[in-house]
Design a protein around this ligand. Structure first.
Ligand code: GCU
Length: 692
C-alpha cells in the first residue's frame, strides 16, 4: 500500500517536472500563429459560407482588441477593392469575396498582435496568384528540402489519407491563408508521371479538399512525356493529334477530381527533363498545347524559363536567348515562370534580363524559399532582403521605375494573370522549416507576394513579434509594447536578420562571385571542383575563371556580351568598369588581382577582406544571439544556438577554402590584418559536405 503511494508521488512529481519544463519550451510548430484572444468580439455577417465561418472563428480566437467589440463582415462590390483584397476599419471588414474577408481578418489580428493601429485602409494583392512550389517526390523525399520528408507524400508510397495527414494539411493551409498564399503546387518540377494516374489524383483530391477551405488552389507539376510514359502512346509530340487528345482527356479527368484545379507547372527541356524540343517543337508549341487543354476549365500553364541549352557559351544568357524569340507566341493562359537571377538562385545575382523584356507574354517571378544555395536550414540568413533587392531592381524597360515588381504585377504591362512562386522550405520537421528562423522566409514570401512594396524591415518586425514575443494573456500587457523587450530583443534580432544575407554573401561569394560550391550538395565551398566528365558549365572554375592574371566572368561586350541583354542604361552601366556596381563586379568583369577597388584596396586584398568580414559578421550574430537567452524559451534558444555554431564553422571553411584556393593564382599573401586560415586547403578539398 505504502509503496503504491510513494510510486504515485514520484510519478506525479515527474509529471509536474515535465510540465514545468514544457512551459518553458516551444517547438515552433505554431509558427507565427501563437497568439490567442484576450477579449471577446461579436461578429455579424448577413451571409454564410465555409470560408466566412473560418474567418469568424479566427477573429474570435485571436481577438486582442476592445472587449465586447462588434465587427461587421460586409461583402459588397467596391471598385477600389481588387480581387481578394479587403478594406479594414475599426468595426468592419469589407471585401468583394469571402476570401477577402478572411485575409482582412488576418490583417486585423496581425495589427493587434504587433501593436499597430487599425484605421480605414484598403489593401489589394500585388499578385493575383501567390503560389508555393513544393519540390516533393512521390516517395516522400524533397528535392532541396532541409526540413524532413514531405507533408503530402509518404515514404512508403502509401496513398491512404490518414487523420494525421489531414490535420497537418489543415495547419499548413491555415498558415498560408494567414499570409495570403493562395496556391500550392504539390510535387517536384522534376516530376513523376505517377502524379497523373488515378491513384495519385485521388490523393490530390483529398489534399485539395483541405486546402480549398482556406482559399488555396491546388496545382501539379507534370512531366511532358506523360502521354508516352503512362498513356501508352508512341510519342509525346505536342502537335500530334493523339497527344493533344490525351492531354485534353487527362485535364478533364483532373478537373473531375479537383473542380477548381489551378493548372500545370512545367520544367521542360531542362536538366534532362523531356520537352517539346525533343520533337523539334518550341517551348511555345508545348505550352500552348497544354494551355488549350486547360483553357475550358480556367486552368493556367506555368512554363519555366529555367532552361539552358548550351548553344551559348555563357549559361547566364541561355534562358533569354531561348525565350525572347518566342515573346508574343504564347496563349494568354500561359505564364513564363522565371527565376530571380539568370543562373540559379545564387546568394547574389543581378535580376534575370527576361523581366521587363518579355512584353507580350505574362511573366512571373520564381523565388527560392528553401535555402539550397544559402546554407540550407543550418544558416541563419533572412532571404527577404534578397527578394526586396530583386523586386526593386529597375529594368528600365519602360523608362525609369520599371522595377521587376512593377513589370510583373500588371502595373507596367497588361497581363491577363499575375503570379509569383516560391520554392517551399516546408517538411515534416516539428517546426516545419528545419531552422526556426527559416520560418521567416515562408512568412516573408507570403507578405511580399501580397504586397511587393513591403520592406524587409517591416516584415522582420512583424515576424519577430508574432514568433518570439511572449503570448499576450491580458489586455494592455501586450509584450511587444514592453520597452525592455523592444530594446534588448526586438532591435538586435531585427538587426541580425537584416544583415544576415549580406554576411552570407561575404563569406560565400562576395563581389559577384557565384556558383562555386563543391558537388551537388550546394552547401560547402568548392571553387576547385571540376571532376572529369562533368559539363564544364556546371563546374565552379567555369564561373569564377580564376587564373594568374585575375578573376571573374567577362560578360562585357569584349566577353560574352551578356550585358547587352539588359536595357540601357544598365547595359552600359554593367559594361563599364567604372559604373558597374561592386556587388556585381566579378559577375560581369574579369579583373586583374591588382585592380584598384573603390576602397583603395587591390582586388585580391578586397576579396580577402570580404571573406574575413563575412566570418566576423556571423560570429557577431552568434554573440548577439547569446545575449538574448533571457527572452527566448530554452528549446528554441538551444536549437538556434547549435545551428549558429555550425554556421560559424561553415563560414570559416568557406573563407579558408576560397582564399587558399584563389591564392594559388593570385600568388599574394593574405593581408596581415586579416585572420589567417585555420583549415588546410587539402582537408577542405576532401571534405564531404553532403547532408547525411
Ligand atoms: C537547381 C536545383 C535542382 C532543381 C533545379 C530547378 O538546379 O539544384 O535541384 O531541380 O534548380 O529549378 O529545376
Amino acid at each position: 500500500m505504502m509503496n503504491k503511494k510513494i510510486l504515485l508521488m514520484v510519478f506525479s512529481t515527474i509529471i509536474l517536472f515535465l510540465l514545468a519544463i514544457n512551459l518553458n519550451a516551444e517547438d515552433g510548430h505554431k509558427l507565427w500563429l501563437r497568439n490567442k484572444n484576450i477579449a471577446n468580439v461579436k461578429v455579424s455577417c448577413s451571409v454564410t459560407s465555409p470560408i466566412l465561418s473560418i474567418a469568424k472563428l479566427e477573429l474570435e480566437n485571436g481577438w486582442q482588441g476592445k472587449d465586447g467589440s462588434s465587427v461587421l463582415f460586409s461583402i459588397k462590390k467596391n471598385k477600389l477593392i481588387k480581387g481578394d483584397g479587403y478594406k479594414i476599419a475599426l468595426n468592419e471588414i469589407q471585401a468583394n469575396t469571402d476570401l477577402g474577408i478572411l485575409y482582412g481578418v488576418y490583417e486585423v489580428l496581425r495589427r493587434q498582435q504587433t501593436g499597430r493601429i487599425i484605421k480605414d485602409e484598403i489593401s489589394n494583392p500585388s499578385y493575383e496568384r501567390r503560389i508555393l512550389n513544393h519540390w516533393d517526390n512521390p516517395d516522400g523525399t524533397i528535392e532541396r528540402g532541409y526540413a524532413g520528408l514531405s507533408i503530402f507524400w509518404h515514404m512508403d508510397k502509401s496513398l491512404e489519407v490518414t487523420e494525421n495527414d489531414k490535420k497537418l494539411w489543415q495547419e499548413y493551409a491555415l498558415a498560408n491563408a494567414s499570409i495570403g498564399i493562395n496556391g500550392s503546387v504539390l510535387d517536384n518540377v522534376n516530376s513523376s508521371p505517377l502524379m497523373l494516374t488515378k491513384e495519385y489524383l485521388q490523393r490530390v483530391k483529398s489534399i485539395a479538399e483541405v486546402l480549398r477551405q482556406y482559399g488555396i488552389r491546388t496545382y501539379l507539376s507534370v512531366k511532358f512525356s506523360s502521354p508516352s510514359l503512362i498513356g501508352g502512346l508512341k510519342t509525346s509530340d505536342p502537335l500530334n493529334s493523339d497527344v493533344i487528345k490525351w492531354w485534353q482527356e487527362k485535364v478533364k479527368e483532373v478537373y473531375s477530381f479537383v473542380p477548381d484545379f489551378g493548372g500545370f507547372l512545367i520544367k521542360a527541356n531542362s536538366e534532362g527533363q523531356p520537352g517539346p524540343q525533343d520533337y523539334n517543337r518550341t517551348h511555345a508549341d508545348g505550352a500552348n498545347m497544354l494551355a488549350d487543354a486547360l483553357k475550358p476549365f480556367g486552368g493556367i500553364v506555368m512554363w519555366r524559363a529555367f532552361v539552358y541549352n548550351p548553344n551559348d557559351k555563357d549559361r547566364a544568357k541561355q534562358a533569354y536567348n531561348e525565350f525572347m524569340p518566342l515573346d508574343g507566341q504564347f496563349r494568354d493562359n500561359v505564364i513564363i515562370q522565371v527565376k530571380n537571377g539568370p543562373v540559379d538562385f545564387q546568394p547574389r545575382e543581378p535580376f534575370s534580363p527576361l523581366f521587363g523584356a518579355m512584353q507580350k507574354t505574362s511573366v512571373m517571378p520564381e523565388l527560392q524559399i528553401t535555402q539550397e544555395y544559402l546554407g540550407h536550414s543550418t544558416h541563419l540568413v533572412f532571404l527577404s532582403t534578397m527578394w526586396e533587392e530583386f523586386l526593386n531592381s529597375d529594368t528600365f524597360q519602360k523608362g525609369k521605375g520599371s522595377t521587376v515588381a512593377r513589370c510583373t504585377d500588371g502595373s507596367v504591362f497588361n497581363q491577363k494573370y499575375t503570379a509569383i512562386a516560391g520554392v517551399a522550405n516546408i517538411g515534416l520537421d516539428t517546426n516545419w522549416c528545419g531552422h526556426h528562423f527559416a520560418q521567416s522566409h515562408w512568412y516573408a514570401f507570403g507578405r511580399l507576394a501580397w504586397n511587393n512594396k513591403l520592406t524587409s524591415e517591416k516584415i522582420a518586425d512583424e515576424w519577430i513579434k508574432l514568433t518570439f514575443a511572449k503570448v499576450a494573456t491580458e489586455k494592455n500587457k501586450t509584450p511587444y509594447s514592453d520597452k525592455n523587450w523592444q530594446k534588448n530583443f526586438l532591435a538586435p534580432v531585427k538587426k541580425v536578420m537584416l544583415e544576415s544575407r549580406e554576411a552570407a554573401v561575404n563569406y560565400m561569394m562576395p563581389l559577384g562571385l557565384h556558383h562555386i560550391f563543391a558537388g551537388n550538395h550546394h552547401y560547402g565551398p568548392g571553387p576547385w571542383y571540376a571532376p572529369k566528365g562533368l559539363r564544364a558549365d556546371w563546374t565552379p572554375p567555369y564561373y569564377h575563371k580564376a587564373d594568374t592574371l585575375g578573376i571573374g566572368f567577362d560578360r562585357t561586350s569584349n566577353g560574352t556580351d551578356a550585358v547587352s541583354q539588359y536595357h540601357e542604361p544598365l547595359h552600359s552601366q554593367f559594361n563599364n568598369l567604372k559604373t558597374c556596381p561592386e556587388i556585381y563586379l566579378l559577375w560581369f568583369h574579369h579583373l586583374s588581382w591588382n585592380y584598384k577597388m573603390k576602397s583603395g584596396r587591390t582586388l585580391w586584398d578586397e576579396i580577402c577582406y570580404r571573406y574575413d568580414l563575412g566570418v566576423k559578421q556571423v560570429r557577431e550574430i552568434k554573440k548577439t544571439w547569446e545575449t538574448l537567452k533571457p527572452f527566448v524559451d530554452d528549446e528554441r534558444f538551444m536549437h538556434i544556438e547549435n545551428r549558429l555554431i555550425d554556421q560559424c564553422a561553415n563560414a570559416q571553411m568557406w573563407k579558408d577554402g576560397c582564399l587558399q584556393y584563389f591564392q594559388q593564382f593570385s600568388k599574394k599573401p593574405i593581408p596581415e590584418n586579416i585572420e589567417q586560415p585555420l583549415y588546410p586547403l587539402e582537408e577542405l578539398m576532401k571534405k564531404d559536405f553532403t547532408r547525411k
